[in-house]
Write a new protein. Structure first.
Length: 340
């Protein structure tokens, strides 16, 4: 029995994609209050009141800097107590931030562009992670079975390919790679599977290709899978894949807390980049990735600087693909106080 429902992307509209994210319902109907214990009005240059903040994350290697920042005391130095909430998808994280039950979230660039294009005011306040600068260090990929008979991206036309979300970062990168290789993105069929589930679905022949990230890229390759192309790196080397975001309402209500969070997470990102062993050590403490895998996997690229050019490049591609119809300015996507 198949473990997914096959979806033809040509039948998907932007409205249905947003409904999949759960953002519309959250924006219109949530009444959950924030758990911040202070607002910026209570802060002065000499006194900073402690605050507890809830941060939505995914149980993946990408968010290691947040946990490092907690462990190393970077948030405590800003008098912030961070409570991570590991959710299963970016849709759930974004919905909770819009609704106010989370103050910050970790999410993909494509998701924030799509939200803002439909009037949902979410802002990146800090970088999350980036594609590698070259294919050799790529931590994402488009993979097939070695015995599939597919030897190039051109061979993916009309095939069924797994992505972790519809109109998300993986599908956007997939479409970019397809276009560069002369394949019409509407000719392929995208199905939604979690990253771990993609491994077994590919092995069972339920999909002909997958869009994966580490450590699953290495796992598939170790079991005879073939890498056709880097994924994010195939779209744009060094591009911003994801970031930490909040709502425009949170920035307006608690600018002091936002600034303190940004200071701490930027310090955490830089520490993780400079101390990969610390990242490898902490990943198994909050995810299902075992130490033996974490010690050998290719890590995401971390930096505290948001590269706005790569954000706008993704926005332009989404418009070309018809995912959005209006332009989304950099000021809509990235908070003015972010490190750019």
């Amino acid at each position: 029995m198949k473990i997914f429902k096959n979806i033809n992307r040509r039948s998907i509209t932007a409205a249905s994609s947003l409904a999949t994210f759960g953002l519309i319902a959250a924006a219109c109907g949530s009444s959950t209050s924030s758990t911040n214990t202070t607002s910026s009005s209570a802060e002065t240059s000499t006194t900073i009141a402690p605050a507890t903040i809830n941060v939505g994350v995914l149980p993946i290697a990408d968010v290691a800097p947040l946990y490092i920042g907690i462990k190393e005391g970077f948030f405590a130095k800003q008098k912030l107590t961070v409570v991570p909430h590991a959710l299963q998808g970016g849709a759930a994280v974004a919905s909770a931030v819009v609704g106010g039950s989370l103050q910050f979230g970790y999410g993909a660039t494509a998701n924030l562009i799509l939200a803002n294009a439909h009037g949902i005011a979410l802002r990146f306040v800090a970088a999350g992670d980036f594609a590698a600068s070259n294919s050799t260090n790529a931590w994402s990929g488009i993979l097939v079975n070695a015995n599939s008979g597919i030897t190039s991206i051109a061979g993916l036309a009309s095939k069924t390919i797994a992505s972790n979300a519809l109109q998300g970062e993986n599908e956007l990168a997939l479409d970019s790679v397809l276009l560069k290789n002369g394949v019409n993105p509407s000719s392929v069929h995208v199905v939604v599977l979690s990253f771990p589930t993609m491994v077994s679905a590919l092995a069972a022949g339920q999909v002909q290709a997958v869009t994966e990230v580490e450590p699953f890229v290495a796992s598939i390759a170790a079991h005879g899978g073939k890498l056709l192309s880097p994924l994010f790196e195939g779209e744009q080397p060094g591009m911003l894949v994801s970031g930490y975001f909040t709502s425009a309402a949170e920035i307006s209500s608690n600018p002091g807390v936002v600034k303190r969070f940004v200071t701490a997470i930027n310090q955490s990102l830089n520490y993780a980049a400079e101390n990969p062993s610390a990242a490898r050590a902490i990943i198994p403490t909050y995810s299902s990735i075992p130490s033996t895998v974490a010690n050998n996997m290719k890590l995401p690229v971390w930096s505290s600087t948001i590269t706005s050019s790569s954000v706008q490049g993704q926005e332009q591609l989404m418009k070309k693909l018809g995912w959005i119809t209006s332009n989304v300015s950099n000021s809509q996507l990235v908070w003015s106080g972010a490190n750019k």
